[in-house]
Ligand binder design. Structure first.
Ligand SMILES: Cc1cc2nc3c(=O)[nH]c(=O)nc-3n(C[C@H](O)[C@H](O)[C@H](O)COP(=O)(O)O)c2cc1C
Length: 199
């Protein structure tokens, strides 16, 4: 398990995607409790354009089978069927954009991403591991049907969740020198002083 991380800064700094996950996984009640907090993300118009579907046990293989439906029996098909089994819990991320004159779809996607990342951080802080996975299965109409997606909804993939087998080391942050500047005159941004970027 991850060591619990008490502060937001530590959780953000130390969180890593966990590619190898085993049981146990958080219960439905655990997930709902974390989501109640994660849902408090920035959301223009408070449209809450998302929902989540928890997938466990044999239902995971159903998703793999749905995606592999077009493949002949063999190794490639087995690989697809096995992919959703890489974690004991899959949290399907469903994007449900609304038509709104003030909030374009990209803003609703941004709000949904914020909730998903909040949830990943909260899972990490609670000692669970997760990784956001997409791939062709997330765009497969047969998988969408297996999930029972409604017209207008779109799968954004899954948070694979479980117990971390091997905790990846913290990642050092990106070089911010070319990514942060100050607008010093109209149309002209100048780099920050090195001390400001490094501190
Ligand atoms: C929208 C989205 C989709 C992702 N899809 C995949 C994926 O399909 N497979 C995968 O291995 N990782 C996926 N990732 C995780 C990234 O690979 C991972 O965040 C990146 O390698 C950085 O590693 P870190 O999260 O440990 O810092 C996805 C991340 C995001 C935000």
């Amino acid at each position: 398990m991850n060591a619990p991380t008490p502060t937001v800064r530590d959780a953000i700094r130390l969180r890593r995607s966990a590619t190898r996950l085993t049981g146990p996984a958080p219960t439905d009640a655990d997930v709902v409790s974390l989501l109640a907090a994660a849902a408090n993300g920035p959301d223009h118009g408070l449209l809450r354009p998302w929902r989540f579907i928890l997938v466990r046990g044999d239902r995971r293989a159903d998703l793999g089978r749905a995606h592999a439906g077009g493949l002949p029996p063999g190794a490639a098909r087995d690989r697809e069927v096995g992919k959703p089994l890489r974690a004991p819990l899959l949290i399907s991320i469903v994007f449900a954009p609304r038509v709104n004159p003030k909030v374009p779809e990209w803003e609703q996607l941004a709000a949904t991403s914020a909730v998903v990342h909040n949830l990943g951080l909260l899972l990490h802080s609670a000692g669970w591991g997760s990784i956001w996975r997409t791939g062709p299965a997330s765009r497969c109409p047969r998988v969408a049907a297996a999930l029972g997606l409604r017209p207008g909804e779109r799968s954004l993939g899954w948070l694979y969740v479980g117990t971390v087998e091997r905790v990846p080391p913290p990642r050092s942050g990106p070089d911010l020198r070319d990514r942060v500047s100050t607008l010093s005159a109209p149309g002209a941004a100048t780099p920050l002083a090195p001390a400001a970027v490094l501190s």
